[in-house]
Write a protein that binds this ligand. Structure first.
Ligand code: ZN
Length: 221
């Protein structure tokens, strides 16, 4: 029910971040909310509702706010979202360097429209199916495959969205409107490569991916 809060994480966000939240009330709370929204990695839409008007979720939020106000205040302010992105010093400098030239190189691909990016992914899927299994699948067939009983619902949803380029990864962080300090998310900190879905799933040198691959291979046998 607070227009100020909605504006703080939407229309005023850029200005606040550019100015370092100087003179902004509840800056810590706003930044926590912004971090949480960004961690969702999807677009979030806000719908303002009239306060104290019997709206179920609004009443519940009021209750939680009252409850929170009664609790002892932590000394460091509210728990911040994971700090893995709060880079400092040499690491940040190195990443900003690799970003600078990548940003220019990738600008074109970031501007590719949603429909076209799905076609690009589909073309890659077809190429890889051909390479790995010598199978020539049509687009229709590939979408149908996602609905097979052997594919779990979660897996199908993930693949569907990944194929529509619906995850906030890679060059999406280089789009206009993303503040500079967030653009580093476009790059894999481990490999210094553009962190696309392909990189995350198939190329990344971080330990997690190799482990998943090893488990998959043993499952397959
Ligand atoms: Zn990587």
């Amino acid at each position: 029910d607070s227009k100020t809060t909605i504006e703080a994480v939407t229309t005023n966000l850029r200005r606040n971040e550019d100015s370092g939240y100087i003179g902004i009330k509840n800056a810590d709370l706003i930044r926590s909310v912004v971090e949480a929204l960004r961690e969702r990695q999807v677009d979030t839409y806000f719908d303002w509702v009239k306060g104290h008007n019997g709206h179920e979720a609004n009443e519940r939020a009021d209750q939680l706010a009252k409850q929170g106000a009664r609790e002892p205040q932590p000394e460091q302010g509210p728990e911040r979202a994971p700090s893995k992105w709060r880079l400092t010093g040499a690491k940040l400098e190195r990443m900003m360097q690799s970003l600078a030239y990548r940003a220019i190189r990738e600008r074109k691909s970031a501007e590719v429209g949603p429909r076209r990016s799905t076609e690009v992914v589909l073309a890659e899927v077809k190429r890889d199916l051909k390479r790995a299994f010598n199978s020539s699948r049509t687009s229709e067939r590939i979408w149908k495959d996602l609905r097979k009983k052997t594919v779990t619902r979660e897996c199908a949803q993930f693949l569907w969205r990944a194929m529509h380029n619906g995850y906030m990864v890679g060059e999406k962080w280089l789009k206009a409107g993303i503040p500079d300090h967030l653009k580093v998310r476009a790059i894999c900190q481990e490999c210094d490569e553009l962190k696309t879905m392909t990189h995350i799933l198939a190329e990344c040198e971080a330990t997690g991916r190799r482990e998943v691959e090893r488990l998959l291979a043993s499952l397959w046998k």
